[in-house]
Write a protein that binds this ligand. Structure first.
Ligand code: PLP
Length: 391
């Protein structure tokens, strides 16, 4: 550490060197991220609320009201009138809270000693963290031929130790929507907790349906759904960290309440203690600025780009893993190994990611990627093919 204080100018100069090493969403080269460039208004509001601590909400009653309003606004497009939940650090914390609620409630009700959760093989790795941290046995349900969870496999794995079933609305790797309606029926009939991880899909599926898409239902209108993760810092355009967890009933929050004696609130439900109020305020602002119409237009634009790229790469002999349901594409070329292709793209400045099941190049068509970026990307794909003597 420096012994003497540094002048502001020197600090800024040094920081600029680090910042220059970071990639910038605006360049359109970040093709594998579910996060995107935060909106300028949301960034400003974030800074305005930097001192507010929702871990001690009695001191920040205004910010607490903003958090409640955001949760209510999100619930309005997930078919729930009276939601209970929080703006948290992201999908991981939201999923952890849901699994904790499910485990605690089941333990209280049924005296389960070795609790298990049934999670699709395609689920985000945050459920592995939940399994590890909460001592839950992870039972991975198989996928069907379309990479969605197999309802038969979920039913096979259901037993007296099951405390939760998880379905995903917008899988991390392929952007697919599990058959949540079927899972809801199983959960309801067996009195088991169903959590829907719509961290990605929650902020796009309802808006695409507004635009006339007919995507399957995944929300609280299905009676078996107990909780939903939905992240403003993905398709909601909010600055990081902004995740969302919504519960159908207060009993789920009660099941994860821990007394917080020295603070202005009686109890806390989140994993994090001291927690920024800025994400709730910034999310509130961006949601007001976008409105349902703004999110529908964004969703539609992202899908237009997705279909354009899907068609164009097929013409270049790339093969899609599956038809896109949301704005995520995964593909391979029969004559190029996935890792090699990812590396060659990286050398040309394109940051794609790889899906693991199946192995493929994965592209998330977020709002920071526009048509001209895709035209450039296609030119790079053609150059790579020709450098490898593939016609
Ligand atoms: N759930 C899904 C479906 C995701 O795609 C992700 C992240 O990509 C998460 C949960 C975890 O979210 P976070 O990284 O915000 O904790």
């Amino acid at each position: 550490m420096n012994k003497k204080p540094l002048e502001e100018e020197k600090i800024l100069q040094k920081l600029a060197k680090y910042k220059n090493k970071d990639l910038n969403y605006s360049h359109g080269r970040i093709l594998g991220s579910m996060c995107t460039k935060a909106d300028p208004l949301a960034k400003k509001i974030f800074c305005d609320f930097l001192d507010s601590n929702l871990g001690d909400p009695g001191l920040f009653k205004g910010t607490q009201s903003l958090e409640e309003e955001v949760i209510k606004d999100i619930a309005s497009f997930l078919s729930l009138d009276k939601p209970f939940g929080n703006i948290v650090t992201g999908g991981t914390e939201a999923n952890l809270m849901a699994m904790r609620a499910a485990r605690n409630l089941a333990k209280n009700q049924n005296n389960i000693i070795t609790p298990e959760i049934i999670v699709p093989k395609s689920a985000h790795f945050s459920f592995k963290k939940a399994s590890d941290m909460l001592n839950l046995k992870l039972r991975e349900a198989e996928l069907d031929e379309n990479y969605k969870v197999s309802v038969d496999s979920v039913e096979e794995k259901l037993c007296e130790n099951t405390v939760a079933i998880v379905g995903v609305a917008g899988t991390t790797e392929l952007g697919l929507i599990d058959p949540i309606e079927d899972l809801s029926k199983i959960a309801f009939d067996n009195d088991v907790y169903l959590h829907v991880d719509a961290a990605f899909g929650g902020f796009i599926i309802p808006f695409l349906n507004d635009m006339g898409y007919e995507l399957p239902n995944f929300d609280f209108s299905l009676e078996g759904v107990s909780s939903i993760t939905v992240d403003p810092h993905k398709m909601g355009l909010a600055p990081i960290p902004s995740g969302g967890i919504l519960f159908r009933d207060k009993k789920y929050l009660d099941a994860i309440a821990i007394p917080s004696p020295y603070l202005t609130s009686k109890e806390q439900h989140t994993i994090v203690g001291t927690r920024l109020g800025a994400p709730a305020a910034a999310t509130w602002a961006i949601m007001k600025q976008m409105g349902r119409e703004g999110y529908s237009n964004l969703a539609n634009e992202c899908m237009k780009n997705t279909y354009f790229l899907a068609d164009a790469i097929k013409k270049e002999d790339f093969e899609l893993v599956t038809s896109p349901e949301l704005n995520i594409l995964a593909f391979n070329h029969p004559k190029i190994a996935t890792d090699e292709l990812a590396q060659l793209l990286k050398e040309e400045g394109w940051m794609v990611s790889n899906s693991s099941n199946p192995k493929a190049i994965r592209i998330v068509l977020m709002g920071h990627i526009n048509h001209s970026h895709l035209v450039e990307f296609l030119a790079t794909l053609r150059e790579i093919k020709s450098s490898l003597n593939i016609n």
